[in-house]
Design a binder for this molecule. Sequence first.
Ligand code: SF4
Ligand code: ZN
Ligand code: ZN
Length: 306
Amino acid sequence: MNCCSEKPIIGLPSGEKLCKNHFIEYFENKVFKTIRQFELIGKEENLGIALSGGKDSLTVLHILNKLSRQNPKIRISAIAIDEGIAGYRDKTFETAKEYCSKNSIELHIFSYKEEFGLTLDEMLKILDVKPCTICGIFRRYLLNKKSRELKLTKLVTGHNLDDEAQSILMNQLKNNIQASARLGPKVGLMQDDKFVQRIKPLYLCPEKEVTTYAFLNGLLDNFTECPNVSQSFRAQVRDTLNSLEQKFPGTKYSIVNSFLQMLPFLKQQFKDEAIKVCAKCSEPSANDVCNACVYLEKLKKVVELK
Ligand code: SF4
Ligand SMILES: [Zn+2]
Ligand SMILES: [Zn+2]
């Protein structure tokens, strides 16, 4: 069934076909509904949007910028991490910088080189480790630390329904259910001053819808993909899920929806997990020394770092 007499541009899982304007309205309503349903944003906030320059982070920034303009008590800024991946991050950063300057959004940029002394490319020449493993550890570390220093009330990420379905499945396949307890539209197991709460307003939006929204709003990057992505476990799971979705439409929704029903039990199960403080850097950590410091020590053995 078509929404109106305008030419439809996308078919929804329900069978409904939407034109450009009705799709934009549908998508934004879905994001605002997610925010209300999971109480992601309060009446007064100083939100930081983790901006990579890719379609997901630009989409969430675009929508929250609209929200912030309607409601001045919701302040927003963007926070970007330059890992130092030649030929990739420089391109996505151009898009991020351009969007922020056009829309008068403050953009904070922090880099691995400046904070840790080496770019990711340089680290990978030294360590025998999968790129995404250390990239993710250092990114989460910096995002949390810098968000806290910037006094952000929450850190917003562009994770969509596909990302969450992948994470759920990856944790199952690795028998890491404790990591799943930290998933959901509001990340983490408990509130702690050391952790800036991370939220995912695109939680219920499939990748296909995010891409369509980004395209219609001129937010689509040039499909620049990180050169390391093919080595990741996530890429394998993503491809498997995409092929399942093609054969059995609704697979990703089913994974996330059934997970949401289990999530309160998982959070309850692991709620007493104590957050320790890293003995070296005082950042929050699951172990005595945080993963970032463990890898920095390994790097220090080879090169002189600050
Ligand atoms: S694909 Fe992996 S290496 Fe590339 S930016 Fe993402 S986490 Fe980092
Ligand atoms: Zn229409
Ligand atoms: Zn540490």
